[in-house]
Design a binder for this molecule. Structure first.
Ligand code: DQA
Length: 149
């Protein structure tokens, strides 16, 4: 069975209570349950990590080949705008990655308008709330199946 690594970056453990006007009422557990349902329907296995620590995210990406991961779905959260280390890790492993954001980062503060991660990803989905995750997972599955180039 093909495996996708799902990475949730810093503060996403607080979804459901954090700035609900921006990120909505859905908790991370609820999002993960929705992702698992979609993965099951597509006979894909998910490995899910939430971390508030840049190095832990870098380690997980670096170990992805050894762990037989076929693709990465990542919401790098605040690290989107700051982390050369996460960008380099994705570039290093040569595994397709899809970046997602709940909010539309381009309609928010200036410092959120640039992503250091997006240039090393297959693509980016931003602004559809929880649906960003589901669209992102579907896109990731399609990339693995070769339906998206
Ligand atoms: C976010 C957008 C980031 O700018 C922010 O730092 C987050 C969440 C999103 O999903 O909309 O933590 O990645």
């Amino acid at each position: 069975m093909k495996k996708i690594l799902v990475i949730h970056g810093p503060n996403l453990n607080l979804l459901g209570q954090r700035e609900k006007n921006i990120y909505g009422p859905t908790t991370l557990n609820e999002i993960n349950a929705l992702l698992k349902k979609l993965a099951d329907r597509n006979k894909i296995e998910l490995e899910i990590l939430q971390s508030n620590h840049e190095g832990e995210i870098v380690d997980a990406i670096g170990a992805a080949k050894t762990n037989q991961i076929h693709a990465i779905l990542i919401n790098p959260a605040a690290y989107t705008h700051t982390s050369v280390a996460i960008r380099d890790a994705i570039a290093a492993v040569d595994i397709p990655a899809v970046e997602i954001h709940l909010s539309n980062i381009y309609s928010r503060e200036d410092f959120r308008h640039s992503s250091l991660i997006a240039p090393v990803c297959h693509g980016q989905i931003s602004g559809f709330g929880v649906n960003s995750y589901l669209l992102g997972l579907q896109a990731t599955i399609d990339v693995i199946k070769g339906a998206s180039s």
